[in-house]
Design a protein around this ligand. Structure first.
Ligand SMILES: C[S@@+](CC[C@H](N)C(=O)[O-])C[C@H]1O[C@@H](n2cnc3c(N)ncnc32)[C@H](O)[C@@H]1O
Length: 288
């Protein structure tokens, strides 16, 4: 039938876009990622446990490996699965901080402000390193992922103006961590406009720089380091569009979920510790 002869159609009300999907899976990241379909997430923003730093008190936890190489292998396996579940133009924003070798101590006493810093064990000094050596953990992980096929695109320095004081007298107090930007392919989704910053002399907007000053923000209910939302925000803005699904396979208290909600992104979280998963659900108002 010719278009002109067609009966006038009633105007349909515009439907609001469906709310972006939100899901939290409880269990081991590697196992659960293997069950997800390829290409289902646009970007991944995450902070895995650092090696030998905290005891999350759950079997299969990453970070409690006795050997540094096992830690690197476990993370490489997890992020290999992350790469599979990312869209071909997807990115990984990976936060990691560094640590020192234990210098022969085999345990760490409880810290009054931070009970999870107590460790029943401290890993031995890895081969090739000496007591007091800075391990270079973030870069070791970054190089392992690069060797596994990821494109290592940027090392972003997260400068913490309110860092914890340290009782050291022979080196500067550490006041930074890293956020690595890695991509699955040579060309990838990166919304440069969404993360422009004001130039140092004020006035003009310029391409985002690679040092980000963001204050740490304690989340009192969690006994582990949580992301400041302000650190997650630029990663989501550059790495995803409204309605995309963002992955965090080490969800903790769910900060990535919080920022996804604020920016209208879908979110898929994975967390091993059921108590932390419950904490995140309560914080985000997500049902079981
Ligand atoms: C540094 S915390 C993440 C904190 C999170 N970014 C936040 O803002 O709350 C790391 C998390 O990884 C979890 N984890 C450790 N091993 C895991 C594994 N094998 N699979 C999934 N989660 C794991 C820990 O229980 C912990 O909650």
């Amino acid at each position: 039938m010719a278009a002109s002869r067609r009966a006038p159609q009633p105007t349909l009300p515009t439907l609001a876009a469906p709310p972006a999907a939100r899901r939290l899976l409880v269990g081991d990241a590697l196992q659960l990622l293997r069950e997800l379909p390829a290409g289902c997430c646009r970007c991944c923003v995450t902070s895995p446990p650092y090696w030998g730093l905290r005891d999350y008190g759950v079997e299969h936890q990453i970070g409690a490996e006795v050997e540094l190489d096992h830690y690197l292998r476990n993370l490489t396996l997890v992020f290999g699965e992350v790469r599979r579940v990312l869209a071909d133009d997807g990115t990984l924003w990976l936060n990691l901080g560094d640590a020192y070798t234990s210098g022969g101590r085999t345990w760490r006493a409880s810290d009054r402000k931070n009970p999870a810093r107590a460790m029943e064990y401290r890993p031995a000094t890895p081969p090739g390193l000496k007591p007091k050596d800075l391990i270079g953990l973030p870069w070791r992980v970054a190089f392992a992922l690069q060797a596994d096929g990821w494109y290592l695109r940027s090392d972003i320095v997260w400068f913490k103006p309110n860092c914890q004081p340290e009782s050291v007298k022979d080196r500067p107090t550490r006041s930074h961590e890293y956020v690595f930007l890695l991509s699955k392919s040579e060309r990838y989704y990166y919304d440069q406009e969404a993360v422009r910053e004001v130039g140092s002399t004020g006035g003009s907007w310029r391409n985002r720089r690679s040092v980000w000053a963001v204050h740490t923000e304690p989340f009192p209910e969690a006994h582990f380091a949580t992301f400041p939302p302000k650190l997650v925000e630029p990663c989501l803005l550059a790495g995803s569009a409204t309605g995309d699904t963002v992955l965090d396979p080490f969800f903790g208290s769910g900060t990535v979920g919080l920022v996804c909600q604020a920016l209208d992104r879908g979110c898929l979280g994975i967390e091993l510790n059921p108590a932390y998963a419950a904490l995140a659900r309560e914080r985000l108002g997500w049902p079981e």
